[in-house]
Write a protein that binds this ligand. Structure first.
Ligand code: TYM
Length: 336
């Protein structure tokens, strides 16, 4: 069967954007694809600077996958850092990747733009080599597992495309080691869902601190949903649902009937954003509150999480080893 692969970086509590962009589509693909999903903890090291945070966010991301339905017996599920083959191959592919390609990568360019906006004279100030090399490590995640499809949010699609470029460079120099298939980006269905907005209306992102964590306690969830930006159009006035972050969020989680009904009333001018937020809170809470207890059990230090990830790492390494061996033979380093 074809392989579906994706990863999530443990840089914060997993949020609704991660769910819509990656987790939901990934879980949907498990019935038709062989699935390989992981916690990209060494990717998080480009920004996380606290061992407690890295450790706890790693548990949060792993527990979230499991609670939302990932079955670790059918899916290969692991921590990236437990698969050393990935890091050896990252060095090899760094040596065949043009620096110019990395100069054009979105995350690096965005970091430079932030410096420019802040008036920092050296545009590379504060940017570490991990951030710069980030797309190479991500290409390896994809290539070492021979992925066919990569379900991600739109912000990651350039990185997935880079994997094909990098594999092509290697093959051009050393022969057809990587299969020439181009890993296909799978974006979430529905146009409004490609980039889920956060509570300030911008893209929901850990770096904007505008996220709604999936497993926020009920009180916090209510507070966050109430705090979603909205304009002050009077209740009786017609409104454009698509201009509202609260409505776009509701659209991604509620039933088609609820969405249709709410849209109709907003457009006619029979209700306000407060009601949209109430409906969103109820929808999210009804879905997530039965799962909170299991989540709390799994993130506890002595839970079965570690055993599950260790077993997954063994399976991941079994797949990675022959790929790395083929690369080593192709480049002339084959003494193993
Ligand atoms: P990360 O951890 O930033 O995000 C995880 C996934 O969530 C998606 N996402 C969103 N989708 C829709 N709307 C949003 N507001 C939103 N915010 C986040 C992201 O697009 C992503 O799919 N580099 C990756 C992790 C990674 C990876 C990989 C992914 C490492 N290696 C190999 C795929 C294949 C990242 O930082 O995702």
């Amino acid at each position: 069967p074809k392989v579906s692969l994706t990863g999530i970086k443990p840089t914060g509590e997993p949020h609704l954007g991660n769910y819509i962009g990656a987790i939901r589509p990934s879980l949907e693909l498990t019935s038709a694809y062989e699935s390989i999903y992981f916690v990209a903890d060494y990717h998080a090291l480009t920004s996380v600077r606290s061992r407690e945070e890295l450790a706890s966010y790693t548990r949060s991301v792993a527990a979230t996958w499991l609670v939302l339905g990932l079955d670790p017996t059918s899916t290969i599920f692991y921590r990236q850092s437990d698969v050393p083959e990935i890091f050896e191959l990252t060095w090899v592919l760094s040596c065949v990747t043009g620096k110019g390609l990395m100069n054009r990568a979105h995350a690096y360019k965005a970091a430079r733009d932030r410096n420019a906006e802040a008036g920092v004279p050296d545009l590379d100030a504060g940017i570490n080599m991990g951030l710069f090399n980030y797309p190479i490590l991500m290409a390896v995640d994809i290539l070492i597992m021979n992925a066919d499809v990569v379900p991600v949010g739109q912000d990651q699609s350039q990185h997935v495309e880079y994997a094909a470029d990098i594999a092509g460079s290697f093959n051009h120099l050393f022969g057809d080691v990587f299969s020439l298939k181009i890993p296909e980006v799978v974006l979430p269905a529905g146009s409004s869902a490609k980039v889920l907005p956060g509570i300030d209306g911008r893209k929901m992102s850990k770096s904007y601190r505008n996220t709604i964590p999936l497993f926020a306690p009920e009180k916090q969830l209510r507070k966050l949903v109430r705090g979603i930006v909205s304009d002050s159009t009077p209740l009786a006035d017609p409104k454009d649902p698509d201009s509202s972050a609260a409505f776009v969020l509701l659209e991604n989680f509620a039933t088609p009937e609820t969405i249709k009904e709410m849209r109709g009333r907003l457009e006619q001018g029979g209700t306000g954003w407060g009601e949209v937020k109430n409906a969103l809170f109820e929808t999210l809470n009804d879905w997530l509150s039965p799962l909170r207890e299991r989540y709390t059990e799994l993130i506890a230090p002595d839970s079965e999480l570690d055993g599950i990830l260790a077993a997954g790492a063994e399976r991941a390494r079994d797949r990675a080893r022959p790929v790395l061996a083929g690369v080593r033979r192709a480049i002339g380093i084959s003494h193993l």
